[in-house]
Design a protein around this ligand. Sequence first.
Ligand SMILES: Cc1ncc(COP(=O)(O)O)c(C=O)c1O
Length: 382
Amino acid sequence: MSGGSSGEPRLGIATRVVHGAGFEDLGSGAVVPPLVVSATFDHSNPGRMVYGREHNPTWTLLERAIADLEDGHGAVAFGSGMAGVAAVLALVPKGAKVVAARDSYTGTRELLLQMESAGRFEVDLIDTTDQDALGRAAAGAAMIWLETLGNPLLSVPDLARGALVSRQAGALLVVDNTFATPILCRPLTLGADLVVHSASKYIGGHDDLILGVVAARDGDLLRRLTDHRTSHGACPGQLEAWLALRGLRTLDVRLARQTASAQFLAAALAGAPGVLRVHYPGLSEHPQHGLAQSQFQGRFGAMISIELDLAAELAERFCAATRIWTNATSLGSVESLLERRARWPGDAHLPAGLVRLSVGVEDPDDLLSDLRQALVSVGLVV
Ligand SMILES: Cc1ncc(COP(=O)(O)O)c(C=O)c1O
């Protein structure tokens, strides 16, 4: 369905998110992919699926669709984003070095540090937007772990440069593309080896599933990740894979609205009373704005962090005072969420008043008015 294989022009990504999975109907005329719940398969079946921990046709459709969108050799779906992260980290040889962003997702950072404490490998956490630091740290590394948008300050590492440095060091380059999605950025085309997604976020897009997907550049990596999933039982539920496929079909239109609203909100909040700083790569003052412009094809994502001139307790009251925004962790869904990040032990070093916003698809004027009334309620705007 992706086109281009026999000299035809390749279909646009907005078409491929809707039709990319393709599927063979059994004669019913169904227009959406099937949800197959079978836990085992007839030994004589021609597709050679055997057992539900190893194979599932609905997973396969999702994996094909993500591999196509990410320009990968293939993809492997996991029971959660973290199951995918763990499978990728299992590729690192014992005693080797992993370089990762200091502002990686807290769960990834915590797992890296746990594995380091257990003696599994050495971890070097650095500012991955600092080219010199990355160049120095890469020497002797087996894996370099970048995130297309850092969490929660929305830093933007140079992925092509990261790929160059990784190649020179003989390291695998892994990019967590959860925040950007393949709509904004396709790291494999810039030289990455593996792309990780928490599909619980934008790919699913409705806060109704937990799932991970890893896209791989080559067949060997794909096989090793698939074997890990089977032997660790890190497989997704069939319904979750089907929900992710359903969510995927609206990814482009959701993100178009969400990124436009985020740009509007970031501009409106920058300089608002009581807002000390707005972190958003679409603002010209963002330190990697120029890079983000080229790397993300003119869109800057739908995550914003704002630093409020508030201590922890009042910042929590601000989060609780919103009526449309929900005070909850996670991101990427149709409904807008916000949370004070320093509430988490892994992010306790962040300013107490730093609030991360995941912009949904609601009316952007309503979203802004709601933030304004919450600012008024804590005395920041009169
Ligand atoms: C960037 C990023 N990667 C990975 C994960 C882990 O995904 P999951 O919650 O699906 O296990 C998250 C979860 O918040 C995330 O934000």
